[in-house]
Design a protein around this ligand. Structure first.
Ligand SMILES: NC(=O)c1ccc[n+]([C@@H]2O[C@H](COP(=O)([O-])OP(=O)(O)OC[C@H]3O[C@@H](n4cnc5c(N)ncnc54)[C@H](OP(=O)(O)O)[C@@H]3O)[C@@H](O)[C@H]2O)c1
Length: 322
């Protein structure tokens, strides 16, 4: 199957209904191993592109810049115009008081570095990775608007402001008043076990016509069903090397949700991962979950989620499972 193109919120840009995330590219896990090296990264990008995927998600801090370099090398062999590339900025890139956050000096320096690593003249979508309490929103919205005006950025997004919907609303009201480019997309954590954005935040997105691009759509792999109640995480999984993952995801209430996902998966003849992605896509505001598949086989399995349709009853049973 090939993935379809869908509108990015209210913009005219069309993106693939499943984005591909590169958080683990060049990243060392707790055991000191690089999770996804350059060759594997390129194999994954090939598998994603072969399935029709055109929406690549990265950030300046992923793998300390290695993720963007891997993507840039891969893109250099392709037509860059075929791809929608999103990056993010906020986290420290250097020592010193201005080496982090959304102040104008840091944003300008960071964007130059992003473009250099990606080997491109522009990013299609730039997210602020976090809200910055130390920089006035009017300052960073004006800086970001400047990037759009000079053509180095095409669209703006806000990442991980959940559950503080007011922050996105405040920034967009400033943009409206001043004639700046607003945030047209948000990237919160959202999956069947992490539903902080249900209610107020999603209502804000609907009201402002903002598209939602969920991160960790499979709860870091928990929703694939490979973890068992009361059992140690299997070798080679994220859970095997990440105690924080174990503490936050392998909980009794999360396993209750997984039970519901697995029951629906049996009914529709799909895998739990596919059902979990289909559950997200069932929401009107969701544009494209960002799959974090770590192997080409995982990726190919997840891509098939676009063909899975849930009934209203199946959707509700998962939503009500905790
Ligand atoms: N804005 C933000 O602050 C933020 C934060 C986090 C992530 N993100 C973005 O969201 C992307 C996705 O996040 P994520 O990696 O947490 O997503 P995820 O899809 O919830 O989890 C990915 C993990 O799930 C497992 N997995 C995926 N598909 C599988 C399958 N079919 N079968 C078995 N296991 C499967 C793999 O685990 P194993 O490694 O165990 O095989 C993989 O590493 C990131 O790459 C990044 O682009 C953004």
């Amino acid at each position: 199957m090939a993935l379809d193109a869908v509108p990015l919120g209210r913009t005219g840009l069309r993106v693939t209904e499943l984005a591909f995330g590169t958080w683990r590219f060049g990243r060392e896990n707790d055991a000191g191993e690089v999770e996804v090296g350059e060759q594997r990264a390129h194999d994954l990008l090939d598998a994603y592109a072969d399935a029709g995927g055109r929406f690549i998600d990265t950030a300046d801090m992923y793998g300390g810049g290695r993720a963007e370099r891997y993507i840039g090398d891969w893109l250099s062999e392709r037509d860059r115009e075929d791809y929608v590339v999103a990056s993010k900025m906020y986290w420290p890139t250097r020592q010193g008081p201005n080496g982090r956050g959304l102040n104008r000096k840091h944003l300008r320096e960071s964007l130059d570095a992003v473009l250099d690593r990606l080997g491109t003249d522009y990013v299609d979508l730039l997210y602020v990775h976090r809200w910055d309490d130390d920089t006035p929103a009017a300052e960073f919205m004006r800086t970001l608007d400047g990037f759009v005006r000079d053509g180095t950025v095409h669209y703006l997004g806000a990442s991980t402001f959940q559950p503080n919907a007011w922050k996105v609303a405040k920034a967009n009201e400033i943009a409206k008043r001043e004639g700046y480019e607003p945030f047209t997309v948000v990237q919160p954590r959202f999956n069947a076990v992490n539903r902080e954005i249900a209610g107020n935040y999603l209502d804000m997105c609907r009201d402002y016509d903002i598209g939602v691009v969920p991160w960790s759509p499979l709860a870091g792999g928990f929703l694939t069903g490979k973890y068992e109640r009361g059992e140690d995480p299997p070798d080679g999984t994220r859970g095997a090397t990440d105690q924080q993952f174990v503490d936050s995801y392998l909980t009794s209430s999360n396993f209750d949700v997984l039970d519901a996902v697995e029951a629906v998966a049996d009914e529709v003849g799909a895998t739990p991962a596919q059902v979990s992605l289909a559950w997200l896509l069932h929401h009107d505001q969701v544009v494209a979950p960002i799959t974090g598949a770590r192997t080409p086989d995982q990726l190919r399995e997840n891509v098939e989620a676009a063909d899975v349709t849930l009934s209203a009853d199946q959707f509700e049973r998962i939503a009500d499972a905790r």
